[in-house]
Design a binder for this molecule. Structure first.
Ligand code: ADP
Ligand code: MG
Ligand code: MG
Length: 893
């Protein structure tokens, strides 16, 4: 039965590994106690007891006896009795959940004081002032947190007494004044609660314990947990701890400290100290603290013991710790410790410092940092300060700092960028047509849409700075301007600065500095140089080790020689996705138009012949940039109408021309073609392999361009490794038809050049049917590459371009998913299809090469999944390559 259940543990009975049961504070108090550090004795009531209390509305029946037993042990250890009239033991009653929830719940100090024991405390301590100060603190904290009285009432009463004494400082009040404060506080309690402040010490303690349990469900705690995704039913533990006093005079005090700088990781003395004060004074900012280093001059021996204790804690926890301590009459007491939070940069620096100190090994260093932290370190930063005018603040959708001239359409962005201008693309919202403009821009600013809007998702994928949902801005794309809430009008060409880490938007140029980590990846900073900074050196060491331990290969998604070269510098081991559609844009649009409008085989072939040398040149440069490494080229994927004018726009143009009586033949022909190719659901229409099967010669032209480029490359002494990837295959028959045609072309080109260029032929797995029939497809495919963007769309039946703006916000709010399935792979659904395809494919063809080329390839959580299901590589945008290298290693450890 429950009679045997243990609800209370002495500090000497627990350990740091019992966070769930004892809460973080309790587990670490136990750990410090067992290390022999000077922790005041005490005991912890478990989170189990809290859960029982929250469920039943009362404490477990055995709790009172167990608390009595532990209290007796505590009293024996201290040689005092709780609230004794002559020599009282006082305790603190402190909250402490498993997950850190700073400042969210309650703590009551000085429990055990009453009208009698305050006299005993005064005699024992030799300080009346101290005793009355402690008593008024108890009534104030107890009144506020346990009895629920408005804290301002106490503050006003205290201020009144100070005003009567003509001072603003607590320290100017003597024992008599503080006794007066106590009288007024008790009157407040009586008036507000209709009962007296409890004089029975045990009643005080029990009421405080229940109040801590109740504080789990305070409004602010509930909101905090929702935001931080902490389970709402975990409950808090309660720590009852003998009081030590920092408010006993100038030889006493209280402080907080870090074992190293949580901002930079630098070693040194970091913290704040306040003389003659109790713990909450430091946080409340009532008086100014002094830097911890000053403690050395104030109390040398306590300072030295503190330094030794901190270094002891660091080597024990093998990590940066933060601590709370109190000095009572020159004696140091440790009141709290935990592994401390730190910035992304500090995380890397500290991890390698700990390796050098022999506390952890390199594997552990890799575990201690995350891909998200690395990504943060790669964004450029605004140099703080400056006098630019802030226009508004939107959502921080994709971090980084971007400065450029405002432009209001994708076309303008591309045109300005070609002229060498840095631009920021400003839109109400973006859509897939804006892709080229987003690529051309330094950053993207939208007035609508949240963090899963098209702009936000695409920008994050590209590592492009984005502020979205800046609702205060009135964006008028037609007149090429936007208006800020203060009436400032920003026109095309005006310089603005946007900060994707904070969402702030400024008029004019705020200076930026490139991240040192990116300069290192670019080869501009030598990590072994004498003056290399600690961060660069740490990132270098950790990634070098990550590359040794990871099993997953990391490739990149790149379609230009520049991106390919950069990704290679960032550590990419090939290209996993080279999209060919970007090669059909710009000036070449006209050639594509000719291809689409072609009547008869001859016209079509002429159009293809005109495109082929251009394609070949593209591939040649990419093969050179990726010499010796695989380059997976995806044959044309998007629907052809994406290369034609918009149907409505063109119809209007034709109608106007006809009304004026001069519609020309070409435009009419174009309109017919646009009508013919118009689709209601283009994502599910004529695209991918379907295009290759319907437009004669299209894929053959692309394969020939690849083969010609590879042959030339080889003839020039290079080592091209092309892989031809067929998109959107759903049935093996589709793949077989294209494969046959492609092999013929490859053979022809090899023969005419007299070289043997091998090209693997494989398929994307992005239609659910392909995943389900992978065992049939594998015999015709030398590799699979999971196109998880389309696979997610088609598995969920979500049109990505529509749903993100339309209702993802609501889905995230309602908790239908915690994160967009386009951001982080949906393991249960889409992931299940990946597993089925891996299993079926490998069964049919054991040497089948498996990779992934969706956005998910650079998402930390998804990378862990791809490792677990046994893929050979992930492929992601160049800026995510280092992130994927790191996360692939973390998945392998
Ligand atoms: P929080 O989790 O909000 O930091 P704590 O339980 O740590 O709350 O307590 C609040 C303050 O009271 C801290 O500064 C702490 O150091 C101090 N404090 C808690 N218990 C004691 C004690 N037994 N003796 C002296 N000071 C204490
Ligand atoms: Mg604390
Ligand atoms: Mg696709």
């Amino acid at each position: 039965g429950t009679g045997a259940r243990t609800w209370v543990y002495d500090f000497s009975e627990g350990s740091k590994d019992q966070r769930d049961l004892l809460g973080g504070k309790g587990a670490n108090l136990a750990e410090m106690t067992n290390l022999g550090l000077p922790v005041p004795p005490g005991f912890t009531i478990t989170t189990d007891a809290c859960r029982y209390y929250l469920e039943h509305g009362s404490t477990p029946p055995e709790l009172a006896d167990q608390v009595t037993e532990h209290l007796r042990t505590l009293e024996q250890a201290m040689g005092k009795t709780l609230g004794d009239a002559d020599d009282p033991l006082l305790v603190s009653v402190r909250s402490g959940a498993a997950a850190s929830m700073p400042g969210m719940m309650e703590t009551v100090l000085n429990v055990g004081l009453n009208d009698d024991s305050v006299q005993g405390l005064a005699r024992q301590s030799g300080s009346e002032r101290f005793a009355w100060d402690s008593y008024r603190r108890l009534i104030q904290m107890f009144g506020k947190t346990v009895l629920g009285i408005d804290g301002e009432l106490f503050e006003h009463a205290l201020d009144e007494v100070k005003a009567e004494q003509g001072t603003e400082l607590d320290l100017d009040l003597d024992a008599g004044h503080l006794a007066d404060v106590v009288r007024r506080f008790k009157a407040i309690v009586a008036e507000q609660c209709g009962r007296d402040f409890p004089m029975d010490p045990r009643e005080q303690m029990d009421m405080a314990i229940n109040a801590v349990f109740d504080s789990w469900n305070s409004d602010r705690a509930v909101i905090y947990r929702r935001r931080e995704r902490i389970p709402s039913d975990a409950g808090t533990a309660v720590n009852v701890c003998a009081m030590v006093f920092g408010n006993l005079g100038e030889d006493s005090g209280t402080g907080v400290a870090f074992t190293r700088d949580p901002g930079s990781g630098a070693q040194g003395v970091y913290g704040d100290y306040l003389q003659n004060a109790q713990g909450e004074d430091v946080v409340a900012g009532i008086r100014n603290t002094v830097p911890l280093a000053d403690l050395e001059a104030i109390d040398r021996s306590a300072y030295e013991e503190l330094m030794q204790t901190m270094s002891r804690l660091e080597s024990h926890y093998r990590d940066l710790c933060d601590i709370e301590f109190t000095i009572e009459r020159n004696k140091l007491w440790m009141l709290q410790t935990r592994v401390g939070k730190r910035t992304a940069g500090a995380a890397f620096v500290i991890a390698t410092q700990l390796v050098d100190e022999g506390l952890i090994d390199m594997d552990e260093a890799v575990r201690r940092v995350t891909g998200d932290q690395l990504a943060q370190l790669m964004f450029p930063r605004f140099v703080s300060g400056g006098d630019a005018q802030q226009l508004t603040q939107g959502m921080n959708a994709s971090p980084g700092a971007a400065v450029g001239k405002a432009v209001f359409s994708s076309e303008e962005a591309v045109a300005w960028e070609k002229r060498g201008e840095a631009v920021v693309l400003v839109r109400r919202e973006t859509n897939p047509d804006d892709l080229s403009g987003m690529i051309a821009a330094q950053g993207v600013l939208t007035s609508r849409g949240g963090k899963t809007s098209h702009a936000a998702v695409v920008a994050r994928g590209m590592g492009k700075t984005c502020v979205c949902g800046a609702e205060e801005l009135q964006v008028d794309t037609k007149n090429r301007q936007f208006t800020a809430p203060d009436g400032t009008v920003v026109r095309e060409g005006d310089v603005i600065s946007i900060d994707g880490s904070t969402g702030k938007v400024w008029l004019g140029e705020v200076p930026v500095e490139p991240s040192s980590v990116v300069r290192y990846f670019e080869g501009e900073l030598d990590p072994d140089a004498e003056d290399a900074d600690d961060l660069v050196r740490s990132v270098h060491r950790i990634l070098a080790h990550a590359d040794e331990v990871r099993r997953l290969g990391v490739r990149t998604n790149a379609d230009t020689p520049e991106d390919s070269a950069r990704a290679r510098r960032f550590g990419a081991e090939g290209i996993g996705l080279c999209r060919t559609e970007h090669m059909f844009l710009g000036d070449r649009r006209q050639l594509v138009e000719k291809l689409i409008l072609a009547e008869g085989d001859d016209e079509r072939q002429a159009a293809l012949d005109a495109l082929e040398p251009l394609q070949k040149q593209d591939f040649l440069e990419i093969f050179e940039a990726m010499d010796g490494l695989p380059v997976t080229v995806r044959l044309l994927d998007p629907p052809l109408h994406e290369f034609l004018p918009d149907l409505t726009e063109l119809s209007v143009r034709v109608a106007v021309a006809e009304a004026k009586g001069h519609a020309d033949e070409g435009t009419l022909r174009l309109l017919t073609a646009v009508r013919r190719l118009h689709e209601s659901n283009p994502m599910l229409g004529l695209r991918g392999v379907r295009l290759g099967l319907v437009v004669p010669g299209l894929f053959a032209m692309q394969v020939r361009a690849i083969a010609e480029a590879a042959s030339e490359c080889r003839e020039a002494g290079g080592d091209p490794r092309p892989e031809i990837m067929i998109p959107l295959v759903g049935a093996v028959q589709e793949l077989e038809a294209i494969r046959e045609e492609s092999e013929q072309v490859l053979a022809d080109v090899c023969e005419s050049h007299g070289v043997d260029v091998r090209a693997l032929i494989g398929t994307m797995i992005e239609v659910p049917r392909a995943a389900l029939t992978a065992d049939e497809i594998a015999p015709s495919a030398e590799f699979f590459s999971f196109g998880t963007n389309d696979l997610t769309q088609m598995t969920w039946g979500f049109s990505r371009d529509d749903v993100e703006a339309a209702f993802f916000h609501a889905y995230l709010d309602k908790g239908i998913f915690g994160v967009s399935p386009f951001e982080s792979l949906d393991r249960e659904g889409v992931g299940r299809l990946v597993e089925i395809a891996v299993e079926g494919g490998r069964r049919a063809r054991p040497e089948l090469k498996l990779g992934v080329c969706g956005e998910h390839g650079g998402d930390p959580d998804s990378v862990h999944f791809f490792h677990a299901v046994g893929l050979d590589y992930v492929s992601c945008s160049p800026f995510r390559v280092p992130v994927a290298r790191l996360e692939a290693a973390r998945a392998a450890l």
